[in-house]
Design a protein around this ligand. Structure first.
Ligand code: DC
Length: 222
């Protein structure tokens, strides 16, 4: 049987990683969070004081970053050199740095190549922005996961509040809209739905409904 590949793309905050993780567990397929690799690249630039807005500098230094991924009990760990940066990359600063470095074609080339190597020869659920269009254009199942910016901002606020963090809805909504604009307007692999992707708008769906819908699509091609 050919290993099954599932591509899940969509804007920030659509729930891609929660959905992709759950689908991977239920279907017994590995999960790769590609955003984590862009975040690790962003962190590398921050640590080395490379100005993220300077595309030429980012292009020059990106080849030196040693970014790796390992799995421990099905959980992805993301590495920068010898350091496990899985937690460190979850800050707003890293999120913004990731968005900046992801515009640079040399960064995308390196990370797309690494992602294809990780996927080669076995099944994988991958989430990101360009999985169905570029990284795995032959993926058996392609999903484009969306939700309105307002719903995404509300979910993010609730997540932060649940962790006891202060959350301002208007600021979060503005951040989400700015990130959407950057991700869809960059020249290198802008976020867009692959022609053959199934669009799933999760604005009115529970997480469980989304997971079940995607598992059905995967089961249909197994
Ligand atoms: O999904 P995330 O928030 O962890 O992604 C961080 C940034 O990386 C986001 O601004 C978009 C970018 N990214 C990308 O350009 N291509 C991917 N395959 C994954 C993420």
């Amino acid at each position: 049987m050919k290993p099954i590949t599932v591509a899940i793309d969509g804007p920030a905050g659509a729930g891609k990683s929660s959905v992709a993780k759950a689908v991977s567990q239920r279907m017994g397929i590995d999960y790769l969070d590609t955003g984590a690799m862009y975040r690790a690249m962003g962190l590398y630039m921050l640590i080395n004081a490379v100005p993220i807005a300077d595309e030429a500098a980012v292009a020059e230094y990106c080849g030196q970053a040693r970014i790796g991924v390992t799995y421990d009990g099905g959980v992805q760990h993301t590495w920068l050199g010898d350091a496990d940066v899985s937690q460190a990359i979850r800050t707003e600063q890293c999120s913004s740095a990731a968005s900046g470095v992801s515009k640079v074609p040399q960064v995308r080339e390196i990370l797309v190549e690494a992602q294809r190597r990780i996927a080669a020869g076995h099944g994988v659920v991958m989430d990101g922005r360009d999985i169905g269009t570029r990284v795995l254009p032959d993926a058996a199942v392609k999903i484009f996961l969306t939700a309105s910016p307002q719903v995404r901002a509300r979910r993010r606020c609730d997540e932060m509040a649940a962790k006891g963090q202060a959350a301002d809805y208007d600021t979060i909504l503005r951040d989400i809209q700015a990130r959407d604009y950057q991700d869809t307007h960059r020249a290198a692999s802008p976020l867009k739905k692959a022609e053959d992707a199934v669009e799933v708008d999760t604005s009115e769906m529970s997480l469980e409904e989304v997971i079940a819908a995607i598992c059905r699509l995967v089961e249909a091609v197994v």
